[in-house]
Design a protein around this ligand. Sequence first.
Ligand code: ATP
Ligand code: MG
Length: 412
Amino acid sequence: MKMSKMGVKPEKLASKEADTINHKLLVQAGFVRQLMAGVYTYLPLGLRVLRKIENIVREEMDAIGGEEILMPMLHPAEIWKKTGGWDSIDVLFKLKSRTDRDYALGQSQEEVVTPTMKEFIKSYRDLPRMPYHIQWKFRDELRSKSGILRGREFLMKDMYSFHLDQADFDRFYEVAKQAYLKIYARMGLQAKVTEASGGAFSEKISYEFEVLTDAGEANILYCDSCEFCVNIDDITSYKEGDKCPKCGNSKLKPSIASEVGNVFDLGDKYSKAFDLKVATSTGEQIYPIMGCYGIGVSRTMGVIVEKFHDDKGILWPAEVAPYTVHLIDIKQQEKAQEIYNLLDSKNIEVLWDDREINVGGKFSDADLIGCPWRVIVSDKSLTTNEIEVKARQSDEPEMMSLEQFISRLKGD
Ligand code: ATP
Ligand code: MG
């Protein structure tokens, strides 16, 4: 992509209204624009990052047997009345049509997925099933703040699972948990996993995936040596300084964190509400146990910026970076074009700053946008055939041939 052709450019100064780093940097670098509190437009750079996160999530959900579908955002009121959500869910956006019918905007999709799967799940042979989708959600959040961390409209991956019994849910929960940890690790994030809030007899067991950051809203106690954490907003018997009950190696420390995903054991609440029954191997009719598994795709993008930035801009982890290489030419357009074409032919994603602006401006924009590698084509490149390469997080540029750079990127 040539920056001269991009309609959106980074700004020199950050907006004053931003209350968090992700808001400030994502707006300043030209990734998003706020339409109103909690509602954002994803500009070309921002959309590339969002799609990369989405694709990592998709690959890992497919790998554990997820079946991708796409459910609607506009729902008839009836399905929400059936489960009681119409009156009890305070964040549910409700709207009326001109013929006075009531509708809701999807804040989650149990009410859609359960009646849909009822058509296809008839016997124990049809289980387990794990449909999922990646779709915008709407929530009437009272305080939409912290940039894209808490939206009124936000992108979520939600998977729903249907099991013959609790043991099979427990088995799959463990599989999903490992997939979640893999997803976050691919994005450079280390997620802590909360203990179940509630015991075996509680109505609902949930697990949260928390990333430590001051921009979050969860108060947790966590262990440095393993993934253990507890949310101290729930009642918990743990306190600061307690030995980690999981690994025993460290003492629990307090922190603020952002919830980037969670898992709920839904029991038979929704299968009962929609009368989804299956026949067991002995012919008995039972209600399957359901689980739901959320990942805040857009929130995760914000959390990545909160974790990976410096005073000059963003430092995108390689797998989610909008482009791998930020190419800057110092008036060597032809050579830069040659390099651009070659990198492109090797499927290396390049953002080429070919604008007629001063070099200092190009450098500061490259730092702000935060692609993992900066490549400079200068006079020297013409005589020595070498380019200047610098990793975003490093202060030490290195001269090397294009071939050496390509092998470094490919990890040879
Ligand atoms: P929170 O406690 O942060 O409000 P939640 O418990 O309401 O989250 P879920 O309903 O389980 O969250 O949604 C699944 C995931 O979607 C969350 O783990 C989070 O990552 C993300 N999410 C929830 N609400 C928002 C929001 N308003 N904006 C952005 N992402 C959100
Ligand atoms: Mg919420």
